[in-house]
Design a protein around this ligand. Structure first.
Ligand code: ACO
Length: 322
C-alpha cells in the first residue's frame, strides 16, 4: 500500500495589508461589524500586476525549499484556483515553467473555495495509484480582482494569497482519507455569472464580481461541513478524539466555531488565520496549514482534519497524519 504524505509546506501573501479601518474609508462599514460578523481584522491585497501565478510560484518555491526537493523531481502539479492569470495556459503550466519543472503533468482545478482540497484529493489518488512519486499541490487566488469595492456585503470578506504542499509516496500514512462533493443546484447563492462562453457584460470590470446570498451560504456551509467532518472521520476509521488539529477553510470565524463544536474540539486546537488573511478562497487552507507548521503548532505525527466549502457549492476534506 502506497500512501501520499505531505513532506513540506509553503505560502505567500501580497505585501499590502488592508485593515478594517482602511475599508471604513471606502464603504459604509465598521471594524466592529466586520469583526463580530466574520472575525476578520485585515486582508492582504495583490499589487497592480501581481497575479495568482506570482503568489503560487512563491508559495511553491518555499514548499520545495522546505522539502529539499528540486522542481525537476516533480511529476505532477495540481493548482486550485478560480482566478487564473489568463484563460490558458493554466496557471499550473505558468508556474511549472517558472519553477523549471517542464514536462510533468500540470493542470488547474476550479472548485471555488474548495479548490485546494480538490487538488489535494486528486494528487493523493495519483500518488496512491503509483502514477506520481512527487507532486506539488497549490491553492492560489487573487479573489480581490473580482470584488466590487462599492459593495460592502462582499468587499470586506476577501483577500489574496497562496499556499502549497509537496506530496510524496510513502509506505507510512500519510493521507488517510479524502472526501469531495458538489451540488450545482446552489449555483446562484455564490457566483460570478460572466465568462468567456457566457459572455462578459458592459459593466464595471466587465461584470466580473462576486454575487453572494451571505446568510443562505452561511446556513448551508455550517450544515454541510457538519456532515462532511462526520463522513471524513468514518472514511478514515477515526473518531473526534483522534484529531489533533482542525485546519478549516477560513471564511468566517462563526462557521469555523460551529465545525469545532461539532467535533467537540476546543478552539485552541483549531488553526485560525481568517483574522489576518480574510477569505482567500483556494489559498485559505494551505495558508493556514503553512502557518500552523511554521509556527510550530502542528508537529510531525499529528492528525489533521482539513476541510473547505465554497461556490458551486463544492465541499471537500482530507484527514491526514502530518
Ligand atoms: N458593514 C456593515 N453592515 C453590513 C455590511 C458591512 N460590510 N455588510 C452587510 N451589512 C448589513 C446589511 O446591509 C444588513 O443590513 P440590514 O439588516 O439593515 O438589511 C445586515 O448587515 C446583514 O446582517 P446579517 O444578515 O445579520 O449578517 P450576517 O450575520 O449573516 O453576516 C455575512 C453576513 C458575514 C456575509 C455572513 O452571512 C457570512 O459570512 N456568510 C457566509 C458567506 C461566506 O463566507 N462567503 C464566502 C464564500 S463561501 C465560503 O467561503 C464559505
Amino acid at each position: 500500500q502506497i500512501y501520499s504524505r505531505i513532506i513540506a509546506t509553503g505560502s505567500a501573501l501580497p505585501e499590502r495589508a488592508v485593515s478594517n479601518a482602511d475599508l471604513e474609508k471606502i464603504v459604509d462599514t465598521s471594524d466592529e461589524w466586520i469583526r463580530t460578523r466574520t472575525g476578520i481584522r485585515q486582508r492582504h491585497i495583490a499589487a497592480d500586476g501581481e497575479t495568482t501565478g506570482d503568489l503560487a510560484f512563491l508559495a511553491a518555491q518555499r514548499a520545495l525549499e522546505a522539502a529539499g526537493v528540486k522542481a525537476a523531481e516533480l511529476d505532477l502539479i495540481v493548482l486550485g484556483t478560480t482566478t487564473p492569470d489568463i484563460i490558458f495556459p493554466s496557471t499550473a503550466c505558468l508556474v511549472q515553467q517558472r519553477l523549471g519543472a517542464n514536462g510533468c503533468a500540470a493542470f488547474d482545478v476550479n472548485a471555488a473555495c474548495s479548490g485546494f482540497m480538490y487538488a489535494l484529493g486528486i494528487a493523493d489518488k495519483f500518488i496512491k495509484s503509483g502514477q506520481s512519486k512527487k507532486a506539488l499541490v497549490i491553492g492560489a487566488e487573487t479573489l480581490t480582482r473580482m470584488i466590487d469595492w462599492n459593495e460592502r456585503e462582499t468587499c470586506v470578506l476577501f483577500g489574496d494569497g497562496a499556499g502549497a504542499v509537496v506530496l510524496e509516496g510513502s509506505s507510512e500514512p500519510g493521507i488517510h482519507a479524502t472526501c469531495m462533493h458538489a451540488d450545482g443546484g446552489y449555483k446562484e447563492l455564490l457566483w460570478n455569472p460572466v465568462g468567456v462562453s457566457a459572455g462578459f457584460r458592459d459593466e464595471p470590470n466587465h461584470g466580473v464580481r462576486i454575487k453572494m446570498a451571505g446568510r443562505e451560504v452561511f446556513k448551508v456551509a455550517v450544515k454541510t461541513l457538519d456532515s462532511l467532518v462526520g463522513e471524513t472521520l468514518e472514511a478514515a476509521g477515526m473518531h473526534e478524539a483522534d484529531i489533533d488539529w482542525l485546519i478549516p477553510h477560513q471564511a468566517n470565524l462563526r462557521i469555523i466555531e460551529a465545525t469545532a463544536k461539532r467535533l467537540q474540539m476546543p478552539m485552541d486546537r483549531v488553526i485560525v488565520t481568517v483574522d489576518q488573511h480574510a477569505n482567500t478562497s483556494s489559498g485559505s487552507v494551505p495558508l493556514a496549514l503553512d502557518y500552523a507548521v511554521r509556527s510550530g503548532k502542528v508537529q510531525r505525527g499529528q492528525n489533521l482534519l482539513l476541510e473547505a466549502f465554497g461556490g458551486g457549492f463544492t465541499w471537500a476534506s482530507a484527514l491526514l497524519r502530518y
